[in-house]
Design a protein around this ligand. Structure first.
Ligand SMILES: Cc1cc2nc3c(=O)[nH]c(=O)nc-3n(C[C@H](O)[C@H](O)[C@H](O)COP(=O)(O)OP(=O)(O)OC[C@H]3O[C@@H](n4cnc5c(N)ncnc54)[C@H](O)[C@@H]3O)c2cc1C
Length: 507
């Protein structure tokens, strides 16, 4: 079969490699001039910037996809050039619960062995079958899976994440370091099910990595392997429609966005629009784009989904000498406000009730701590890699708080930087701003309600209740990516690509 894959993010590239490994032909069609999507790296004014993901966990999944596409482990390690990130995170706390302001390095400063053992047990019980496997209800109807489900319930997977941490961990700072990952799941720790402690196990337990050349290296190695294995990756091509009849796709139409790039194997219909015939398609764009493409062929969009909060992300160039005096010297610092439950309540509130964090917590990212002053991707005369700082400020999505980000974005970022400067990140507010993304930017990229974190991982949007890979009503179209099972983040995107490959070949 020849499968068309819409999107060269990690889910699309994972699907491509697994399909190639199963003996199929693939063409990945990507609207951007580069691969990686929400896990890419861009060069901005001489600096390497990761506009999306910065925490790489479970690199085994990248190696698995590359192996499926024919790249052996040694060659893959060589090409990816992953560096361990130590500490995985620093947590910086204001005066809290009678303790003075402090910094906690994770995992080394965590003395929570019992909780780590429980987290590991939860991961072992959930990972292979419930995260890495088919989530369709009918697939669980066997004694082995029912027994596995029973084990998860006995471990307390359906209790709240906060409850499970509070039971075993006394230090309120450690509790935060073990539950902030609920934000990745789009819900407050008190509302997140304890099964999502697997996310905490993925970073605090299994470790964090970073490619020397930036996060986008993962996608570029995967795309290179797609090409080496005989697949095609078309950049600068936006898919504008699916061809076929009700219930069956026969191809797609893509508009060329780049100047002077040819599209091999395609019939050119009208100026810049190409028709590509396929036996099936994998769609990885976020729901608004995917649903628009599927609707004419009878693809049914799901019921309303509860969406995750969003984020404002600013990338800056800050003098490294100033950074040397900052309160932490870590690749990833969670700089917490005193408020915690209130912060989650503000950014996860339902329609119209969301608000900006009143006592904010931020993620401050400095890749130079791991890669040193200059990355492998830069030439010997290129400097400045050591000065990039990214600040992620969680905020409500546009449904929760319909703010006019194009008007308030710049002022909000300045406000964030002033707050960080007051907290000891001296000079951060005078750094040159390289790039800012707000919910308005995510919305322009086609993401639901301006959040790049898709559907929240509430119980009703988990496992068999989350959007599956199979598309009801269309036999040869399947989905991958954060909107689908198993969810948001680099590991789930890679898994969803493999599940999509399995689903379309099973059909
Ligand atoms: C700011 C931010 C920080 C994050 N931090 C982390 C982190 O530290 N760790 C982590 O694990 N995860 C993180 N994530 C989440 C993670 O990056 C994503 O869940 C994951 O990369 C999504 O991959 P995907 O393949 O599902 O989607 P995408 O990467 O969005 O891929 C979809 C692709 O489809 C393309 N596309 C869309 N429409 C069309 C069209 N019509 N035609 C052709 N192509 C199209 C897009 O350009 C895109 O390249 C972060 C995300 C963001 C935004």
């Amino acid at each position: 079969m020849h499968i068309g894959i819409i999107g060269a993010g990690l889910s699309g590239l994972s699907a491509a490699l697994h399909l190639l490994g199963a003996g199929h032909r693939v063409t990945v069609v990507e609207r951007s001039p580069q691969v990686g999507g929400r896990a890419g790296t861009e060069r901005i004014r001489g600096h390497l910037v990761d506009p999306g993901a910065s925490v790489l966990t479970m690199p085994e999944l990248v190696f698995d996809a590359l192996a499926a596409g024919g790249l052996d482990r040694f060659a893959a390690e060589d090409e990816l050039d992953l560096l361990p990130v130590t500490p995985a995170y620093a947590g910086r706390f204001p005066a809290l619960d009678g303790l003075p302001p402090s910094v906690l390095h994770v995992p080394d400063d965590l003395a929570v062995d019992e909780h780590m053992r429980w987290q590991q047990a939860m991961f072992d019980a959930a990972y292979e079958r419930f995260i890495g496997g088919d989530a369709a209800w009918r697939s669980y109807a066997n004694p082995r899976d029912l027994a596995r489900l029973g084990k998860l319930v006995r471990l307390g997977a359906l209790r709240s994440m906060q409850h499970q941490v509070d039971r075993r961990v006394d230090d309120s700072r450690a509790r935060r370091m073990l539950t902030f990952q609920a934000l990745y799941a789009g819900v407050a720790p008190s509302a997140a099910r304890a099964v999502y402690a697997v996310i905490s196990h993925m970073d605090v337990g299994l470790g964090v990595w970073y490619p020397r050349a930036g996060m986008g290296r993962v996608a570029s190695v995967m795309a290179d392997q797609v090409r080496r294995a005989g697949g095609a990756v078309l950049l600068d091509h936006e898919v504008i429609g699916l061809d076929g009849r009700r219930g069956r796709v026969t191809g797609l139409r893509a508009r060329s966005l780049g100047a002077g790039r040819g599209t091999s194997g395609a019939d050119r219909t009208s100026a810049g629009v190409h028709q590509l015939p396929f036996d099936g398609v994998v769609l990885t764009a976020d729901s608004p784009v995917t649903d628009r493409l599927l609707a004419p062929l009878g693809g049914r969009a799901p019921r309303r989904v509860r969406l995750s909060p969003s984020a404002v992300v600013a990338h800056l160039d800050v003098d490294p000498d100033l950074q040397d005096h900052w309160p932490t010297q870590a690749h990833h610092t969670l700089d917490f406000g005193a408020a915690w439950e209130r912060t989650f309540a503000e950014i996860t509130a339902t329609r119209g009730r969301g608000r900006l964090m009143s006592d904010p917590s931020f993620l401050v990212t400095r890749p130079s701590i791991t890669i040193g002053g200059a990355s492998a991707a830069s030439g010997p005369h290129e400097t400045g890699e050591g000065s990039v700082v990214s600040v992620l400020a969680p905020c409500p999505n546009l449904e929760s708080a319909p703010l006019d980000w194009d008007s308030i974005g710049v002022d909000y970022v300045r406000d964030v930087l002033r707050t960080l400067s007051r907290r000891g990140y001296r000079g951060i507010d005078s750094g040159e701003i390289l790039r800012v993304d707000t919910p308005a930017d995510w919305a322009r990229q086609g993401m639901s309600a301006g959040t790049p974190f898709a559907a929240a991982h509430t119980l009703r949007q988990t496992g068999p209740l989350r959007r599956p890979q199979r598309v009801p009503g269309i036999a040869n179209a399947v989905l991958a990516g954060s909107m689908t099972h198993p969810g948001v983040g680099v590991p789930p995107a890679l898994i969803s690509g493999r599940l999509a490959a399995e689903a379309i070949t099973a059909r």
